[in-house]
Ligand binder design. Sequence first.
Ligand code: ADP
Ligand code: MG
Length: 745
Amino acid sequence: PVDRMPEIQEARLRLPVLAEEQVIMEAVRENPCIVLCGETGSGKTTQMPQFLYEAGYASGKGIIGITEPRRVAAVSMSQRVAMEMNLPTQVVSYQIRYEGNVTTDTKIKFMTDGVLLKEIQKDFLLQHYSVIIIDEAHERSVYTDILIGLLSRIVPLRNKKGLPMKLIIMSATLRVEDFTDNKKLFPSPPPVIKVDARQFPVSIHFNKRTPMEDYSWVDKTGGILVFLTGQAEVHDVCRRLRKAFPFRRSTTDTGKEEETFKDTRRFKKDKQKQALPRIHLDNYSALPVDEGDEDQLAGVDDDECGYEGCELDLGEDEGDPDEKADPSIPLYVLPLYSLLAPEQQAKVFQASPAGTRLCVVATNVAETSLTIPGIKYVVDCGRVKKRYYDRVTGVSSFKVSWTSQASANQRAGRAGRTEPGHCYRLFSSAVFGDFSEFSEAEITRRPVEDLVLQMKDLNIDKVVNFPFPTAPSGEALMAAEQLLVSLGALEEPPRTGRVKDIERAKLSCPVTPLGRAMASFPVAPRFAKMLALGRQQDCLPYVIAVVASMTVREIFEDLERPAASEDESSKLAQNKARLMQMRRLWAGQGPSLLLGDLMVLLGAVGACEYAGCTPQFCETNGLRYKAMVEIRRLRGQLTNAVNAVCSEGGVFVDSKMAPPTESQVICLRQILLAGLGDHLARRIREEEILDPKWKNGYKTPLLDDPVFIHPSSALFKKPPEFVVYQEVMETTKMYMREGLVCHCT
Ligand code: ADP
Ligand code: MG
């Protein structure tokens, strides 16, 4: 029996899924798999595990597992459910890539989808679980799609073995045909249960013109939720809003104001119009590359603690005059994005201070995974930041593009949870009409070599036959298979025989022992290959450090950052010279130079660790603290992973790692090249230059146009004849990221 607090019980009763508990649980009893659809906020994530728990699904040997595509949701939802059930976090726990609080007493386990995929590799039947809930299936994240495909096979296997297991797929939209009308996936379609949400009407206000104009008349009560595209943007807007609508706890803290939050009578009388500050949402050009991928970090070096002391520094430059507004309605401004620290995230669920109005400035994490209470206004920029890959060339870029109509409607829906609301769209209805209807499944948009390797490791040799909810293109599967063969992770297909057989064999190469070792490392196959080779000449600690830093983005502060004032600009210039000097030092001398940018990474990581990885060290040396912390964690994790595979063990993270010796440098270069061998670029010769823009360019096998060494690269001053790079990233130009010298002339 669950002993909930009365106020929790009361709040639960208001959730739409509660009314359907019997129907849902009956369907679960009678079917191995069900699909549950309900608007965001209807109570799926918080209540479904509780229904199952109360129905006894965690009282035997198996536990209840629930997957989330985002770490934020896994952590915060486990805490919420523990709180609602009045159970400790040893019982309702979470596990994400690096951390968790799972114990032997855990009965409900929230985890990211990637974590469950790894568990399937250890135990294909997932015998530890009696139920798996796949949450946010509508997001169509790659791992979620794969899990659904795998579970469609695991559930019947478990039932055949007499160890029954249930699968519950949860979606915030009704668009579930990819799961239900897919005979390959579920030969008999699972029942779909729809929960009708009590949604209040939301008035939509389109902008007349899409480049944003001043928007106004937001009345005085009700929270505001602003959707932007990335972390940097979120912080920028938070800062400006705080300045324009400052909040000082001491002046209005009477406790009375909180009442008016819910008092709609007062809201009706009060038609006073207020102008919000102008935010330049169309100015995307200066955006740093950040977010988009869960695993990416970007510097967030500002004052989230601005509220603790409640002294906001208004002394400094007031900025754009447009940003001055009536400070009599203080806004309680909070940022929200996936990589925000959990304590900071939790703030959006707490009551805002008396006399203030909550204003959450979020990325699309607030679109469906988290429901923020009390939101009456939504401001939607209509855009989303995504990573794009060119399937043929492998060039990747982050682009801010229009979202889909379905997403924009989800965002608008956030305003109508508790009373009628308003959504302000910073684009015109004509532009909205041009949005695609739905967002595409992620699996169709990115390279799939990591997935293919994971599947081969599960002995799914014919990946083409896998029951994908939406299959990746044949082209993408072929490219993945070829790369994995070239890395030695898959067996070479036969070269002789009938053409038909050769073609078929090309798409069903079995995994090699090396491939299995590679699959056990939580990094992309290229990096896994480097780790697998790393033992030679005691290079492993260096390989681990380099791989860890290559998988974390934006390690260095951007030295080209535009300055806010003249004063700052001269400071930046001085700093830049010093930091460039630092990077040259890390790049080393003599043979070390062959490692190019990777030596700089290694030097930075080594120096930072030596200094204890402190925020101060990072600041003075132009490193992003959060990135360095992530690298540190990843180094620990990779070290464990390597020790688990190699029985000799004995590798450890040395905080006083000496620079590699000359012979180690040579060996390291070979190891790194083994993973990046196909990313070769040759300097364009004088006589080949067809266009003046090609000067200093490099030629690659796949691209027609040249690629370039970035000015911040260690190789920029003395461009070598051959470079091997980590990836080509398109920003203002086609730039190679993280290059090393391939051939020395
Ligand atoms: P769904 O999964 O259907 O989108 P949830 O189960 O996440 O819905 O949310 C149900 C309700 O619980 C919502 O009204 C939401 O505001 C509330 N809720 C969820 N998490 C928290 C939290 N950490 N603190 C307060 N309320 C929360
Ligand atoms: Mg949910």
